[in-house]
Design a protein around this ligand. Structure first.
Ligand SMILES: [Zn+2]
Length: 548
């Protein structure tokens, strides 16, 4: 009797243990090589992963105990699983607007442009305004500015086609009439072109501002955001730092994320203005699972390409020209004071050596006072920084850089600033050294391609992904593959105060992955630009699988 009782008792124990060894999770990923950082080095851990509620639940041996999964059980067959890539500086909404517009880049004639516009209108009859971009008459067989006569039959709604450099727009007569532009219209710094006393629809430079263009509607913006999201999934992006939007657009993003259509996590910088500062400082930061608003985007100067970057000595290719101060440094200083007091992040576009020096000085004066505040203020771009000024980054200022800018600008930047200044421009390795090893990487898309693999390649090879540069540009400033990957993951997470949520494959973090079938850390350098992401996961959901 006693032994029978014992057997019965043993059976109960076995059944309890048996039950508890079959755990139910949301997703089970088998045979993954998961990338794990250890300081500045990286190793792969061959593991199974379980996911619950969008987060990493367990990292297990591949021969671990049994699991049931509610949703999926996926054998990754040894694929390389990286922490989801984050773009630390981009224009997500703008990218979507470009994707949704009529693309006239690479056209060989005006007739070809008209055919493309016609086809677009037939396929998109619901548009309120037809916007296109990218034509360049210098690429055409007949190198002549177009007129709007062939656009007239295509639609009774406004058609606006902007030239590749944004310095001219061809508008149909509906758009011209709606804007009250006529033969007598005149403006400084621009021209309304007419031929034999009749408007051609072509508006040059400032004349484009005469167009009363309906701002993109809410519907157009929603569609643009979703188009940008689709493209981002395809290249493995799992998070984006949106470098400047007004409150109106931030609210729209929040709405789209809440209804489940927009799945992309966004760290949105608010485009600063006195009104936006007052509104948000009163209101306080906004944080949801997908949206983080706790920073402002400022511009201290313009860009190097258009000679707007603020330099301490004149441009090498334009006498007596120093670039532009977009916001006065007094304004910047008082804004910084308010932000420091309220513990908001300040992120400032600074390209020229003078803009960088002045902003670093302002930042430093607020970060230097043994303050306990964790502000993580950022310099966006940090393109031309004198070596002596780099020291300021040691105070916890973050340089946020875009490696593809270096490889896109390398052909002409030397003409703008000359050999001496170029020697310390785009100095990513040196900047990283000064900023205690923190260097978030981004692209600034749509200015550059949104593909993070190009960022990775440009950062390590210092060569252009289009292959036109055989020799690397200032290769002593290249990053190691580990440093570049950290820049796209851990450092980007840190720059957005999200280092406990994303940027690594760790238990408790969001299950965000960029998965490849090739080891991006050891493959041949010249094969990197042709790598394609195999799967993209965001918050435990597989949002993209490469088609077979
Ligand atoms: Zn930007």
């Amino acid at each position: 009797m006693y032994s029978l009782f014992r057997i019965f008792f043993l059976l109960i124990i076995i059944s309890i243990v048996g039950c508890s060894s079959t755990v139910t999770v949301d997703h089970l990923l088998l045979n993954a090589r998961i990338a794990q950082f250890e300081g500045d080095s990286l190793f792969y851990k061959y593991s199974n992963l379980t996911l619950i509620n969008g987060k990493i639940d367990r990292i297990l041996d591949t021969n671990s105990i049994a699991f049931n999964s509610r949703n999926s059980r996926i054998d990754l067959k040894g694929a390389y699983v990286y922490p989801g890539f984050i773009d630390a500086h981009a224009h997500f909404l703008h990218q979507g607007m470009v994707l949704k517009s009529i693309n006239l880049q690479g056209t060989k004639s005006w007739e070809q442009c008209v055919q493309i516009v016609k086809k677009f209108i037939i396929n998109n009859p619901e548009e309120e305004v037809y916007r296109g971009q990218g034509w360049d008459q210098n690429d055409w067989f007949i190198k002549k500015f177009p007129d709007n006569s062939q656009l007239e039959k295509l639609s009774n709604r406004p058609i606006l086609l902007s030239r590749i450099d944004g310095h001219a727009t061809l508008a149909n007569s509906v758009a011209i009439k709606e804007s009250d532009i006529n033969e007598k219209s005149k403006i400084d710094g621009g021209e309304v072109i007419s031929k034999n006393g009749i408007l051609t629809g072509l508006l040059i430079d400032n004349a484009q501002s005469l167009l009363i263009i309906k701002k993109p509607s809410k519907y157009e913006k929603c569609r643009a955001l979703l188009a940008a999201q689709d493209e981002a999934f395809k290249v493995g992006l799992t998070g984006i730092h949106e470098a400047g939007l007004p409150t109106e657009d931030i609210n729209l993003i929040n709405e789209l994320q809440k209804n489940g259509e927009l799945k992309m996590p966004l760290y949105v910088m608010i485009s600063e203005s006195p009104a936006e500062l007052t509104y948000w400082l009163d209101r306080g930061p906004l944080k949801t699972n997908l949206l983080d608003v706790r920073s402002f985007k400022f511009y201290s100067d313009g860009s190097l390409g258009s000679r707007g970057a603020l330099m301490s000595k004149p441009y090498s290719d334009r006498d007596n020209h120093y670039g532009f101060e977009i916001r006065s440094f007094n304004y910047m200083n008082s804004a910084a004071k308010r932000l420091a007091l309220n513990e908001w992040q300040m992120n400032t576009h600074s390209i020229g050596d003078s803009a960088n020096r002045q902003m670093l000085k302002i930042y430093q004066s607020f970060l230097n006072k043994r303050s306990k505040k964790d502000l993580r203020w950022r310099i966006e771009h940090a393109q031309v920084v004198k070596p002596i000024d780099r020291e300021a980054f040691r105070y916890g200022i973050i340089p946020s850089v875009q490696p593809s800018h270096a490889t896109s600008d390398m052909d002409w930047a030397i003409e703008r600033i000359g050999p001496e200044r170029i020697s310390y421009a785009y100095a990513y390795s040196s900047l990283r050294e000064s900023s205690n090893g923190i260097l978030p990487l981004g692209t600034d898309f749509p200015v550059e391609s949104m593909n993070p693999i190009y960022t990775f390649y440009s950062a390590i090879a210092r060569k252009s992904p289009d292959g036109h540069s055989k020799e690397g540009f200032q290769v002593e400033e290249s990053l190691t593959r580990e440093q570049a990957l950290k820049g796209m993951t851990i450092d980007a997470a840190y720059a957005s105060f999200q280092e406990n949520e994303v940027g690594q494959i760790k238990i408790g973090m969001w299950a965000n992955f960029s998965i490849f079938t090739t080891d991006i850390m050891s493959c041949a350098e010249d094969s990197i630009t042709s790598l394609n992401v195999a799967e993209t996961w965001i918050h435990g959901e597989r949002v993209y699988v490469k088609p077979k």
